[in-house]
Design a protein around this ligand. Sequence first.
Ligand code: NAD
Length: 462
Amino acid sequence: MKAYDGMYIDGAWRPAAGPDVIEVVDPADGQVIATVPAGTVEDVDAAVRAARAALPAWAATAPAERAARLAALRDALVARQDEIARTVTAELGAPLKLSQTVHAAVPIAVAGSYAELAATYPFEERTGNSTVLHEPVGVVGAITPWNYPLHQIVAKAAPALAAGCTIVVKPAEDTPLVARLLAEAMHEAGVPAGVFNLVTGLGPVAGQALAEHPGVDLVSFTGSTAVGRRIGAVAAAAVKKVALELGGKSANVILPGADLARAVNVGVANVMSNSGQTCSAWTRMLVHRDQYDEAVELAAAAAAKYGDRIGPLVNATQQERVLGYIEKGVAEGARLVAGGPDAPRERGCFVRPTVFADVTPEMTIAQEEIFGPVLSVLRYEDEEDALRIANGTVYGLAGAVWAADEARATAFARRMETGQVDINGGRFNPLAPFGGYKQSGVGRELGVHGLTEYLQTKSLQF
Ligand code: NAD
């Protein structure tokens, strides 16, 4: 067990103001693997002051210099790739292969994409008799969750730095260790003191202090809708900019004529990956009534194959929450065809890969984000019915459409109220804007759209 006592503020690891610590637990076996300081209002204040002090110089650097630092950050992350993967496996519980191919690899790709964008983005443009300057918004307060613990920080920090903003990050309580590795990588990359700062701590203490701090110009939050709503209200009261990446209940729509086996197998894999702890997971599978029974059989068989291959959930609270949803699904009349509410092992926060059939759109398990390895399979009558069901939740983050041809799938996708749709198994693209319609959020991350979130315009008339 390692006891860390510093927070990365103003370019160095500094002792925390208070004595409290957070225990970091490996959810696979319940062992405490480390402690980190539980930051206080004072620590947040010190970090925001450092970020403000560093802002004028960083905002004035040439974009090429910011690009160079981000390229160096990407290289530092590459050098630490194994350490990052092992750390995410220890604190989140993700299988090592997933940690390597997703949790470590995606942030490297995203850091690299912003190195390139910083070098090429037109930070000045002409329109009529004006020159429009794209200037950094200022100091960013980033509050992030545990499910993709490094990606969700890099998806904020890399565009913020590319834009010329400085940043204070408050990572999730469950996964602070990989955030510390990122701070090390920033240091190694030569990012100047105060440009990137890290304060570990509890959400209602350090997170809230960061969201409320008058020295923060933009609050960028990823996490639950409940906390996002509060942060949005705090930011609105202070007329701060706010970006919210919240939950989802995305639909995987399988139209008649699609390759059913492929659509079902990819759909099940999408839900089970990261033990279902993915905001964009396709947790509702929509199948035409003529193919419904076959799809349910395929989904149950696919889920059964996962068996022991998925990791635990992040902590015991999430495990209980997810098992509670499974019990609720049974109580509301859905039919279990794989998995169930009994924990598969004595130790660790595991949940069995679970599939429900005969799910109707108004059921709790078809409406609320479960955040576990639980798939609901719903039946539809025709395309209009499928569309009504797909759009029939408060969320709109992602989705998928499968059809015999791309044109038909695309026509359906155009009518979906959601920020992303994968057509016939289209791959994740780290340059495509990611974010929510409806209550899935405000703003976009990744690529050029993610960069502009951290910029504001100034028009000079000549
Ligand atoms: P959460 O929203 O409580 O935590 C996310 C972050 O917000 C953490 O860093 C936390 O410390 C911080 N936070 C908590 N309370 C705060 C406050 N009052 N002020 C400022 N910051 C605060 O999420 P959780 O409790 O870890 O997970 C609960 C549920 O949220 C999950 O089951 C899932 O449905 C959803 N979730 C969604 C995502 C996503 O990517 N959209 C990520 C994680 C969790």
